[in-house]
Design a protein around this ligand. Sequence first.
Ligand code: SAM
Length: 233
Amino acid sequence: MTQRIIEITSPTFLPEQQLDPPVDFAALFGNDNPLALEIGCGIGDFIVQLAAQQPQRNFLAIDIYNKGCYKTCRRIDTTGLTNVRVMRIEARFLLDRYLTMDSLDAVYINCPDPWPKKRHRQRRLVNREFLKTLLYYLRPGGELFFCTDFADYAEQIAPQLLSLTEYQSRLPQLPGQLPEDYPRSKYMRRFLEQGQPICFLHCSKRESCTSGPHLLAPVSPGFRTHWSTLQHG
Ligand SMILES: C[S@@+](CC[C@H](N)C(=O)[O-])C[C@H]1O[C@@H](n2cnc3c(N)ncnc32)[C@H](O)[C@@H]1O
């Protein structure tokens, strides 16, 4: 069954067809505050908390889920936040097409689809290649935040992060625990209330790491990247 596409008319929403790559985010926000990206914003309950905590940063929240983008925009509009924009777009496609080298101050990935079955693990968004790709877009010193309710996902990512010397861990141990002041999405709260742990990874791109084509991994024709070439609302 195909789901009905909800038209999103919110001023917070950036329809992809109205953008010329690369996007000039300073012009879009009307200031040149640092830009942070949330990948897979779901219904937006994490980004509204984070953007309210950090008014000095601009945020781009993306998801491929139309209803999620719609709900995220509604939340942002209700709270009156002006430092967030929402796009319905696939993560790798966004990076490759619309963002430039060193343009991101931070990347947040919370509870990405876990693909728990062994034969589906290659569908996971975050892997060594994706971590390397992010390095190109993060500014030196820029941060990566990742959390998951699947310990197995965090255990897969932690050694990959540590093996990429351009990253520096910001925790004594990877994976670590969710910090007190890290906003919780409804999805995360549900797990925590059931007494289930959420694994947390936090690292930054070393200040000494200069970006350049050597960090630009080609966008793999990975699962869901094909989504960007389909007709969508
Ligand atoms: C399990 S949900 C978690 C949502 C949210 N981060 C939270 O904590 O409530 C994962 C979200 O990531 C989105 N997603 C999955 N793959 C994506 C991709 N390649 N690019 C952008 N969004 C993606 C899904 O549509 C879904 O909304």
